[in-house]
Design a protein around this ligand. Structure first.
Ligand code: RIB
Ligand code: CA
Length: 296
Protein backbone atom coordinates (compact mmCIF):
# COMPACT_ATOMS: atom_id res chain seq x y z
CA UNK A 1 0.00 0.00 0.00
CA UNK A 2 1.53 3.40 -0.96
CA UNK A 3 2.28 5.91 1.77
CA UNK A 4 -0.37 8.51 2.58
CA UNK A 5 0.76 11.95 1.36
CA UNK A 6 0.71 14.44 4.24
CA UNK A 7 1.05 18.20 4.60
CA UNK A 8 1.81 19.41 8.12
CA UNK A 9 0.71 22.95 9.03
CA UNK A 10 2.27 23.79 12.39
CA UNK A 11 3.74 26.25 14.89
CA UNK A 12 6.76 24.44 16.43
CA UNK A 13 6.38 24.33 19.35
CA UNK A 14 7.58 21.35 21.36
CA UNK A 15 4.66 19.08 20.64
CA UNK A 16 4.64 20.09 16.97
CA UNK A 17 8.27 18.92 16.80
CA UNK A 18 7.37 15.51 18.20
CA UNK A 19 4.43 15.25 15.79
CA UNK A 20 6.74 15.96 12.84
CA UNK A 21 9.21 13.34 14.05
CA UNK A 22 6.43 10.78 14.54
CA UNK A 23 5.20 11.36 10.98
CA UNK A 24 8.75 11.24 9.57
CA UNK A 25 9.41 7.95 11.38
CA UNK A 26 6.27 6.30 9.99
CA UNK A 27 6.46 4.60 6.57
CA UNK A 28 2.67 4.80 6.31
CA UNK A 29 3.06 8.55 5.82
CA UNK A 30 4.97 10.64 3.24
CA UNK A 31 5.46 14.25 4.33
CA UNK A 32 4.98 16.34 1.20
CA UNK A 33 5.73 19.71 2.82
CA UNK A 34 5.60 21.54 6.12
CA UNK A 35 3.97 24.96 6.45
CA UNK A 36 4.70 27.16 9.45
CA UNK A 37 2.30 29.62 11.05
CA UNK A 38 2.72 32.20 13.81
CA UNK A 39 1.50 30.62 17.02
CA UNK A 40 3.51 29.23 19.94
CA UNK A 41 6.22 31.68 18.91
CA UNK A 42 6.51 34.11 16.00
CA UNK A 43 6.63 32.93 12.39
CA UNK A 44 10.38 33.44 11.94
CA UNK A 45 10.97 31.02 14.81
CA UNK A 46 8.27 28.48 13.92
CA UNK A 47 9.66 28.36 10.37
CA UNK A 48 13.26 27.97 11.56
CA UNK A 49 12.21 25.37 14.14
CA UNK A 50 10.36 23.31 11.54
CA UNK A 51 13.50 23.41 9.40
CA UNK A 52 15.74 22.40 12.31
CA UNK A 53 13.41 19.58 13.37
CA UNK A 54 13.51 18.07 9.88
CA UNK A 55 17.24 18.64 9.34
CA UNK A 56 18.29 16.90 12.58
CA UNK A 57 16.79 13.67 11.21
CA UNK A 58 18.25 14.21 7.75
CA UNK A 59 14.98 15.15 6.01
CA UNK A 60 16.47 18.24 4.35
CA UNK A 61 14.54 17.72 1.10
CA UNK A 62 11.12 18.20 2.70
CA UNK A 63 10.34 21.88 2.02
CA UNK A 64 9.25 24.22 4.80
CA UNK A 65 7.14 27.20 3.76
CA UNK A 66 6.46 30.27 5.87
CA UNK A 67 2.73 30.95 6.17
CA UNK A 68 0.80 33.68 7.96
CA UNK A 69 2.61 35.58 10.68
CA UNK A 70 -0.55 36.78 12.40
CA UNK A 71 -4.23 35.84 12.84
CA UNK A 72 -6.88 37.12 10.42
CA UNK A 73 -8.19 39.84 12.72
CA UNK A 74 -6.67 39.52 16.21
CA UNK A 75 -3.16 40.35 17.38
CA UNK A 76 -0.90 37.28 17.63
CA UNK A 77 -0.61 35.94 21.18
CA UNK A 78 2.29 33.52 21.60
CA UNK A 79 3.11 30.94 24.30
CA UNK A 80 6.80 31.29 25.25
CA UNK A 81 5.81 30.50 28.84
CA UNK A 82 5.09 26.96 27.61
CA UNK A 83 7.55 26.41 24.77
CA UNK A 84 10.36 28.79 25.78
CA UNK A 85 11.58 31.82 23.86
CA UNK A 86 12.99 29.61 21.10
CA UNK A 87 9.76 27.61 20.85
CA UNK A 88 11.64 24.34 21.37
CA UNK A 89 13.60 25.03 24.56
CA UNK A 90 15.38 21.92 25.78
CA UNK A 91 15.72 20.37 22.32
CA UNK A 92 19.19 21.84 21.83
CA UNK A 93 18.98 21.44 18.08
CA UNK A 94 21.60 22.99 15.80
CA UNK A 95 20.30 25.84 13.64
CA UNK A 96 19.35 24.65 10.16
CA UNK A 97 21.56 25.36 7.16
CA UNK A 98 18.63 24.74 4.82
CA UNK A 99 16.70 27.81 3.67
CA UNK A 100 12.96 28.09 4.12
CA UNK A 101 11.24 27.53 0.74
CA UNK A 102 10.26 30.51 -1.38
CA UNK A 103 6.55 31.25 -1.62
CA UNK A 104 3.79 31.83 0.90
CA UNK A 105 2.52 28.93 2.90
CA UNK A 106 -1.16 29.29 2.04
CA UNK A 107 -0.33 29.37 -1.67
CA UNK A 108 1.95 26.34 -1.28
CA UNK A 109 -0.92 24.51 0.42
CA UNK A 110 -3.37 25.34 -2.38
CA UNK A 111 -0.86 24.42 -5.09
CA UNK A 112 -0.03 21.05 -3.52
CA UNK A 113 -3.61 19.97 -2.89
CA UNK A 114 -5.12 21.21 -6.17
CA UNK A 115 -2.32 19.84 -8.34
CA UNK A 116 -2.15 16.48 -6.61
CA UNK A 117 -2.92 13.43 -8.72
CA UNK A 118 -3.60 11.53 -5.49
CA UNK A 119 -5.47 12.67 -2.38
CA UNK A 120 -3.50 14.64 0.23
CA UNK A 121 -4.14 14.63 3.98
CA UNK A 122 -3.48 17.77 6.01
CA UNK A 123 -2.50 17.82 9.69
CA UNK A 124 -3.18 21.24 11.26
CA UNK A 125 -1.25 21.64 14.51
CA UNK A 126 -1.37 25.40 15.09
CA UNK A 127 -3.75 28.32 14.67
CA UNK A 128 -5.80 27.75 11.51
CA UNK A 129 -4.87 31.00 9.74
CA UNK A 130 -3.07 29.35 6.79
CA UNK A 131 -5.95 26.92 6.24
CA UNK A 132 -8.53 29.73 6.31
CA UNK A 133 -6.54 31.85 3.87
CA UNK A 134 -6.00 28.85 1.58
CA UNK A 135 -9.72 27.96 1.62
CA UNK A 136 -10.59 31.57 0.80
CA UNK A 137 -7.98 31.70 -1.96
CA UNK A 138 -9.22 28.44 -3.51
CA UNK A 139 -12.93 27.70 -2.88
CA UNK A 140 -12.46 24.14 -4.17
CA UNK A 141 -9.83 23.29 -1.56
CA UNK A 142 -12.14 22.06 1.23
CA UNK A 143 -13.66 19.41 -1.00
CA UNK A 144 -10.30 18.35 -2.41
CA UNK A 145 -8.47 17.66 0.88
CA UNK A 146 -8.62 13.92 1.58
CA UNK A 147 -8.88 14.53 5.36
CA UNK A 148 -8.03 17.52 7.56
CA UNK A 149 -6.95 16.43 11.04
CA UNK A 150 -6.87 19.35 13.47
CA UNK A 151 -5.46 19.64 16.97
CA UNK A 152 -7.69 22.25 18.56
CA UNK A 153 -10.59 23.12 20.76
CA UNK A 154 -11.85 21.63 23.97
CA UNK A 155 -15.28 20.81 25.31
CA UNK A 156 -14.61 19.83 28.92
CA UNK A 157 -11.14 21.38 28.96
CA UNK A 158 -9.43 24.67 28.07
CA UNK A 159 -5.87 25.97 28.37
CA UNK A 160 -5.67 29.59 27.19
CA UNK A 161 -8.65 31.02 29.03
CA UNK A 162 -11.27 29.25 31.16
CA UNK A 163 -13.15 28.61 27.92
CA UNK A 164 -10.71 28.33 24.99
CA UNK A 165 -7.85 26.20 23.70
CA UNK A 166 -4.75 27.95 22.34
CA UNK A 167 -4.93 27.15 18.58
CA UNK A 168 -8.57 28.18 18.33
CA UNK A 169 -8.21 31.13 20.73
CA UNK A 170 -5.31 32.66 18.76
CA UNK A 171 -7.38 32.78 15.55
CA UNK A 172 -11.07 32.06 16.24
CA UNK A 173 -12.17 33.64 12.95
CA UNK A 174 -9.94 31.30 10.96
CA UNK A 175 -11.18 28.37 13.04
CA UNK A 176 -14.81 29.29 12.32
CA UNK A 177 -14.07 29.38 8.56
CA UNK A 178 -12.26 26.03 8.59
CA UNK A 179 -14.60 24.10 10.93
CA UNK A 180 -17.60 25.36 8.94
CA UNK A 181 -16.03 24.66 5.54
CA UNK A 182 -17.52 21.22 4.97
CA UNK A 183 -14.05 19.72 4.60
CA UNK A 184 -13.72 16.11 5.89
CA UNK A 185 -12.38 16.99 9.35
CA UNK A 186 -11.25 15.00 12.36
CA UNK A 187 -10.88 17.24 15.42
CA UNK A 188 -8.46 16.25 18.20
CA UNK A 189 -9.40 18.46 21.17
CA UNK A 190 -7.87 18.91 24.62
CA UNK A 191 -10.41 16.39 25.92
CA UNK A 192 -8.19 13.78 24.27
CA UNK A 193 -4.73 15.36 24.21
CA UNK A 194 -4.66 16.27 27.88
CA UNK A 195 -4.97 12.54 28.64
CA UNK A 196 -1.70 11.76 26.79
CA UNK A 197 1.04 13.06 29.08
CA UNK A 198 4.81 12.71 28.74
CA UNK A 199 5.26 10.72 31.94
CA UNK A 200 8.65 10.39 33.69
CA UNK A 201 9.01 6.66 32.81
CA UNK A 202 8.21 7.48 29.19
CA UNK A 203 10.78 10.30 29.13
CA UNK A 204 13.34 8.01 30.76
CA UNK A 205 12.66 5.47 27.99
CA UNK A 206 13.28 8.10 25.30
CA UNK A 207 16.32 9.65 26.99
CA UNK A 208 18.42 6.51 26.55
CA UNK A 209 17.56 6.02 22.88
CA UNK A 210 20.56 6.63 20.57
CA UNK A 211 19.01 9.05 18.07
CA UNK A 212 18.59 12.84 18.30
CA UNK A 213 14.78 12.97 18.11
CA UNK A 214 13.93 10.93 21.22
CA UNK A 215 16.69 12.64 23.20
CA UNK A 216 15.50 16.09 22.11
CA UNK A 217 11.94 15.11 23.04
CA UNK A 218 13.07 14.11 26.53
CA UNK A 219 15.07 17.32 26.83
CA UNK A 220 12.07 19.48 25.85
CA UNK A 221 9.51 17.78 28.04
CA UNK A 222 11.66 17.47 31.16
CA UNK A 223 11.50 21.29 31.41
CA UNK A 224 8.02 21.83 29.98
CA UNK A 225 5.16 23.13 32.14
CA UNK A 226 2.75 21.37 29.74
CA UNK A 227 3.38 17.64 29.54
CA UNK A 228 0.51 16.92 27.16
CA UNK A 229 1.48 15.41 23.81
CA UNK A 230 -1.16 17.46 21.98
CA UNK A 231 0.03 17.50 18.36
CA UNK A 232 1.46 13.97 18.24
CA UNK A 233 -2.10 12.73 18.91
CA UNK A 234 -3.03 13.99 15.42
CA UNK A 235 -0.37 11.82 13.77
CA UNK A 236 -1.11 8.92 16.13
CA UNK A 237 -4.73 8.99 14.95
CA UNK A 238 -3.58 8.81 11.33
CA UNK A 239 -1.44 5.78 12.20
CA UNK A 240 -3.71 3.97 14.71
CA UNK A 241 -7.26 5.39 14.64
CA UNK A 242 -8.40 2.50 16.80
CA UNK A 243 -6.59 4.10 19.75
CA UNK A 244 -9.25 6.82 19.71
CA UNK A 245 -13.06 7.11 19.82
CA UNK A 246 -15.48 9.99 19.31
CA UNK A 247 -18.66 11.16 17.71
CA UNK A 248 -19.89 13.26 14.80
CA UNK A 249 -21.12 16.79 15.46
CA UNK A 250 -21.09 20.34 14.19
CA UNK A 251 -18.51 22.44 16.03
CA UNK A 252 -19.05 26.18 16.36
CA UNK A 253 -16.52 28.75 17.52
CA UNK A 254 -17.29 31.82 19.62
CA UNK A 255 -15.86 34.77 17.66
CA UNK A 256 -17.49 37.67 19.51
CA UNK A 257 -15.11 39.74 21.62
CA UNK A 258 -15.61 38.78 25.21
CA UNK A 259 -14.54 36.25 27.84
CA UNK A 260 -15.63 33.24 25.77
CA UNK A 261 -13.88 34.13 22.50
CA UNK A 262 -12.31 31.03 20.97
CA UNK A 263 -14.62 28.64 22.84
CA UNK A 264 -15.71 25.58 20.83
CA UNK A 265 -19.29 24.36 21.11
CA UNK A 266 -20.46 20.92 19.95
CA UNK A 267 -23.88 20.51 18.32
CA UNK A 268 -24.72 16.82 17.81
CA UNK A 269 -26.51 16.22 14.52
CA UNK A 270 -25.61 19.71 13.26
CA UNK A 271 -24.18 20.28 9.78
CA UNK A 272 -21.53 20.41 8.53
CA UNK A 273 -20.67 17.53 10.80
CA UNK A 274 -17.08 16.69 11.70
CA UNK A 275 -15.57 13.75 13.55
CA UNK A 276 -14.72 14.84 17.11
CA UNK A 277 -12.42 12.56 19.10
CA UNK A 278 -13.28 12.33 22.79
CA UNK A 279 -11.55 9.20 24.11
CA UNK A 280 -8.01 7.85 23.79
CA UNK A 281 -5.83 4.94 24.85
CA UNK A 282 -3.06 7.13 26.27
CA UNK A 283 -0.67 4.25 26.97
CA UNK A 284 -1.15 3.03 23.42
CA UNK A 285 -0.31 6.45 21.97
CA UNK A 286 2.76 6.90 24.19
CA UNK A 287 4.02 3.45 23.23
CA UNK A 288 3.46 4.14 19.52
CA UNK A 289 5.42 7.41 19.71
CA UNK A 290 8.28 5.80 21.63
CA UNK A 291 8.55 2.85 19.28
CA UNK A 292 8.55 5.06 16.20
CA UNK A 293 10.95 7.70 17.56
CA UNK A 294 13.44 4.95 18.42
CA UNK A 295 14.28 4.84 14.68
CA UNK A 296 15.24 8.54 14.50
O1 RIB B 1 -3.41 23.89 22.87
C1 RIB B 1 -2.34 23.11 22.42
C2 RIB B 1 -1.98 23.47 21.01
O2 RIB B 1 -1.54 24.83 20.95
C3 RIB B 1 -0.79 22.66 20.48
O3 RIB B 1 -0.89 22.55 19.08
C4 RIB B 1 0.39 23.51 20.85
O4 RIB B 1 1.52 23.26 20.02
C5 RIB B 1 -0.15 24.89 20.57
O5 RIB B 1 -0.04 25.14 19.18
CA1 CA C 1 1.01 23.31 17.74
Amino acid sequence: MSARRLIIDCDPGKDDAVAIWLAAASPELAIDRVIAVGGNVGLARTSANARAVLDIIGRTTIPVFAGCDRPLLRVLETAPHVHGESGIDGADLPASATPVALGRGAVALVEAVMAADAPITVAALGPLTNLAVAMTLEPGLAARIERLVIMGGGFRKANMTPFAEFNIYVDPHAAAIVLGSGAPITLVPLDVTREVLATVPWLDRLAVMPGPAPRATAGMYRISPDLALHDPCVVAWLLRPNLFAGRRARVEVVTDDGPEIGRTLMQEGGEPGIDVLLEVDADGVRDLIARRLESL
